[in-house]
Ligand binder design. Structure first.
Ligand code: AMP
Ligand code: ZN
Length: 113
């Protein structure tokens, strides 16, 4: 846990967020600046700064499976969706509490910008 970390504060309920799912290990909420009709962030309750910080592989698996479950409930599992973990500056990571973006509800280009 980190006192000042934005996503730790959302996990603790100190900052409001539109929560869409919760599990023992993860919380999922809508991105405040959505880049697609469905844009949800899946974060671990435990503070992990980024993918570089050797997170528990089980935790990453749980994050991915929760994203897939949300995709089904949001009705985008069949049409398709993208899951993204940005790491450090070149990828545009702005919040240093690991998070998995779940994006869907529109067709997306490849490669990403
Ligand atoms: P990244 O650029 O990969 O670090 O993604 C951080 C994401 O967090 C961005 O898509 C932001 O729009 C989102 N974000 C920042 N502040 C909040 C907030 N208070 N609630 C929900 N999403 C947020
Ligand atoms: Zn944190």
């Amino acid at each position: 846990m980190s006192e000042s970390c934005l996503f730790c504060r959302i996990v603790r309920g100190e900052i409001p967020a539109k929560i869409v799912a919760e599990s023992d290990e993860c919380v999922a909420f809508r991105d405040i600046n959505p880049q697609a009709p469905v844009h949800v962030l899946v974060v671990p309750r435990q503070h992990v700064g980024s993918l570089n910080d050797s997170p528990d592989p089980t935790l990453l698996g749980r994050m991915a499976l929760l994203a897939a479950d949300i995709a089904k409930r949001e009705g985008i599992a069949e049409s398709g969706y993208r899951t993204v973990v940005n790491t450090n500056a070149d990828a545009g990571q702005t919040v240093f509490h690991i998070h998995l973006h779940l994006l869907g509800g529109r067709a997306m280009g490849w490669p990403p910008g």
